[in-house]
Ligand binder design. Structure first.
Ligand SMILES: C[S@@+](CC[C@H](N)C(=O)[O-])C[C@H]1O[C@@H](n2cnc3c(N)ncnc32)[C@H](O)[C@@H]1O
Length: 215
């Protein structure tokens, strides 16, 4: 990774760096091969385990299906670190969606996802995915910092079935941008909060982790 890329990533950790969708896509295209090494070591990334444990606990409470039969989409799946944790727990019906093909290429090497969607999620309908197709959705480290925007939540809700779960995190510094949208969906009776926790991302950063149940 060159110095320019490294400095962009340092900004990314602090939140709110300017950049177009295309600039971010290219940043991940360049980062893909080194992502696991960098994020797991240099950045002491701590989210994979606690997010998947939280998701698993909610799935155990709200789903009667066996783990291998629970159809899950990992949004902003990146290189598949979240999918890897879920797979170890016995979730094997896993699909991955990400806007970077090179990140998905790394995810594919892990051999844990059965389907891949290389596209951005935003306020547009994803024609390749049917309504209510998934039992659950997880998105870790994909919200905020000009990645996925609050306007994408409606599409995320569309692809999950009623009674299904959405699990995601929002960095502390980005909460303001998201708070109104989260409350609006609750007020409109779209979902109810199942879990809300503060989790460390790395040594000096925290994120708000949520599970919502669709109504
Ligand atoms: C910080 S990585 C997180 C990857 C993985 N979830 C993890 O925890 O390691 C963010 C990912 O979001 C993807 N991304 C950014 N904006 C996106 C969008 N609008 N739709 C889909 N993926 C997006 C990037 O390509 C990148 O792979």
């Amino acid at each position: 990774m060159d110095n320019e890329m490294r400095s962009r990533l340092n900004h990314l950790r602090k939140g709110g760096i300017p950049g177009t969708k295309e600039e971010f896509r290219l940043m991940y295209e360049d980062w893909a091969i080194d992502y696991d090494k960098e994020i797991l070591c240099d950045f002491a990334y701590k989210l994979c385990k606690p997010m998947t444990v939280m998701f698993d606990a909610a799935l155990n409470t709200f789903t009667k299906k066996r783990r291998q039969d629970i159809k899950i989409i990992d949004i902003a799946a990146g290189t598949g670190l979240i999918g890897l944790e879920l797979h170890k727990m016995g979730y094997t019906s896993l699909h991955a969606l990400d806007s970077s093909q090179k990140m998905l290429n790394e995810a594919r090497k892990k051999g844990i996802y059965t389907q891949f969607f290389c596209l951005p999620i935003d306020d547009q309908r994803i024609l390749e995915i049917n309504t209510a197709d998934y039992d659950a959705l997880i998105c870790v480290n994909g919200f905020g910092n000009n990645h996925i925007l609050p306007s994408a939540l409606a599409e995320m809700c569309r692809i999950v079935m009623k009674g299904g779960l959405l699990c995601f995190d929002i960095r502390e510094q980005c909460m303001e941008e998201w708070e109104d949208k989260l409350k609006e969906l609750e007020r409109k009776g779209m979902w109810e909060t199942v879990t809300k926790e503060k989790l460390p991302v790395d040594d000096d950063d925290k994120t708000n982790a949520f599970v919502f149940k669709l109504l």
